[in-house]
Design a protein around this ligand. Structure first.
Ligand SMILES: [Zn+2]
Ligand SMILES: [Zn+2]
Length: 229
């Protein structure tokens, strides 16, 4: 799995071609639909995505689009999925337990945290089903956005976040269990902060929580509640 970033100077010519290219990359087969992102700063336009084709295919595709318009080609950088985190210290613990968190769909950062040091765990150290994970992250991001921005559906969205039996939370639990099965680390899903956990018992199955470093975990359901919300 390779993440790519295409960088364009921000001016009128490039803006048109960049937005067209963005649409083509999304509708086509070049980028996986999940994880694609376009953003801007003062000087540049960036399109990022996870490649679903060989690098050469992307290079040919992009170059031909720019040649047609007589524009210089954009810069294309192939970056690892954790590349933006290069300066962030990553977890180096051994025998760690891992927490699956709901953020970072947009940035494509690692959604795995070490339970002990709360640093990220590199994605290449955990084996996980990529489409399932990104589908769930995307769903989570959309529901959270509805909760924040929509007066009409905010109640529905809040229930998805705050109710342990919601489809969103149950999907995350299944995902954590699945990832747990394929790794020697134990994997737990960190419940959204909207979900107010009971003090001692798992909200999903009623079993008594195990306490580890300020975390309450249920080993049956692979869920984790944190104390310091
Ligand atoms: Zn750690
Ligand atoms: Zn439980």
């Amino acid at each position: 799995m390779k993440k790519v970033r295409i960088v364009f100077p921000k001016n009128a010519n490039f803006f048109t071609v960049a937005t067209t290219l963005d649409r083509e990359l999304s509708e086509g087969i070049i980028f996986h639909e999940y994880g694609k992102n376009i953003f801007f700063d003062e000087k540049y336009i960036y399109i990022e995505g996870i490649l679903s084709v060989e690098e050469n295919f992307l290079l040919d595709f992009v170059q031909s689009r720019f040649r047609e318009k007589g524009l210089p080609e954009p810069e294309i950088r192939f970056i690892g999925i954790d590349a933006y985190l290069r300066d962030e210290p990553m977890c180096l613990c051994t025998n760690r337990k891992v927490v699956l968190i709901s953020i970072d769909y947009i940035t494509l950062g690692s959604p795995f945290l070490c339970m002990m040091c709360r640093r990220r765990v590199k994605t290449n150290q955990i084996s996980f089903p990529v489409p399932d994970l990104y589908d769930w992250q995307k769903l989570f991001a959309r529901i959270e956005e509805i909760y924040i921005n929509s007066s009409l559906y905010a109640g529905w969205a809040k229930n998805e976040l705050a109710n342990i039996k919601s489809k969103l939370n149950q999907r995350a639990i299944s995902l954590a269990m699945l990832i747990d099965k394929h790794n020697h680390e134990e994997i737990y899903y960190e419940l959204p902060q909207e979900l107010l956990c009971p003090r001692t018992k798992c909200p999903n199955c009623g079993a008594t929580f195990t306490e580890i470093a300020g975390n309450r975990i249920c080993k049956n359901c692979h869920i984790l509640c944190r104390d310091n919300f």
